[in-house]
Design a protein around this ligand. Structure first.
Ligand code: NAD
Length: 257
């Protein structure tokens, strides 16, 4: 089996790489550093180079796992939308044809358990994302006077839009035989979380968050869910978003289902 993993150099992506290599897969990592394919997913050229790099290898691609992402400490805020949303969706769609040739093919996108914590439906930013208007989305968040609020909007909106991207593709992808799902992790011990815990804007909120299971996630636990979603035992799971957050979202939004 061959698996393409974005964000493979660090955190959850590195754990996914380790898990799949342990299970005998060939992993093609895509990252801005330390990967088989070095590409900047914040730019259209970088995404095209990444897709071309995968195709040039001439392998059958069986799985695509999108982990690359930036957090709310990123400036300008539009970079968050460019990597987390546009970078992910452009690669997903760019590899659709390749995946259709794979064996029991599937794709998993890494979202976030925070994706429903702001009311964004109908907002100009969400509309720009859903219309795939990268320039318009960037203008909205980069012109906001409060850069931290703008970064939070960019992060949460991008993850919510990725969830929508999964659901909107369920019909076409399912009929093409490619399963597509999203996972929504909570606070996971990675360099990204470390940065969030050092940022005065987010430090206290994240440190004081109630986690019903009483601990952070280990990246290997997230990789375990990805492996399950790519395996035979999840053969009827498609178009779904699965939370893996120790119960955090259930305490923040107990009525949202
Ligand atoms: P991380 O910072 O450890 O890893 C992110 C990876 O993305 C890095 O290897 C980085 O180089 C890569 N990346 C960043 N910008 C890139 C670009 N322009 N082009 C190519 N690659 C780029 O973060 P992580 O915690 O492992 O996060 C992985 C995913 O999980 C992200 O999408 C994040 O939003 C999501 N997530 C993380 C947590 C958490 O608590 N760690 C919680 C919820 C969701």
């Amino acid at each position: 089996m061959s698996t393409v993993v974005t964000g493979s150099a660090s955190g959850i992506g590195a754990a996914v790489r380790k898990r799949f290599e342990h299970d005998g897969d060939t992993v093609i990592g895509i990252d801005i550093r330390d990967a088989e394919i070095i590409a900047d997913l914040s730019t259209r050229e970088g995404r095209e180079a990444a897709i071309a790099g995968v195709k040039r290898r001439g392998l059958t691609i069986d799985r695509f796992v999108a982990c690359a992402g930036l957090a709310t400490d990123t400036r300008p805020p539009s970079l968050i939308a460019s990597v987390n949303y546009f970078g992910t969706v452009d690669l997903l769609d760019g590899l659709f044809e390749e995946l259709q040739q794979g064996s029991s093919p599937c794709a998993v996108l890494v979202l976030s358990n925070s994706m429903q914590w702001l009311q964004l439906d109908g907002s100009p930013f969400m509309q720009a994302l859903l219309q795939h208007d990268e320039h318009g989305a960037a203008e909205i968040v980069d012109q906001m006077p409060d850069a931290f609020f703008a970064a939070s909007l960019a992060y949460v909106g991008s993850k919510l839009a990725l969830g929508r991207a999964v659901r909107k593709r369920a019909s076409v992808w399912g009929k093409a035989g490619v399963r597509l799902n999203g996972i929504a992790p909570g606070n996971t011990k990675t360099p990204m979380l470390q940065r969030i815990l050092e940022d005065p804007n987010t430090r206290d909120g994240v440190a004081n968050m109630e986690i019903p299971l009483g601990r952070l996630a280990d990246p290997a636990e997230i990789a375990g869910l990805v492996a399950f979603l790519c395996g035979a035992e999840s053969s009827y799971i498609h178009g779904s978003i699965i939370y893996i957050d120790g119960g955090i979202d259930a305490t923040v939004c107990p009525d949202s289902i």
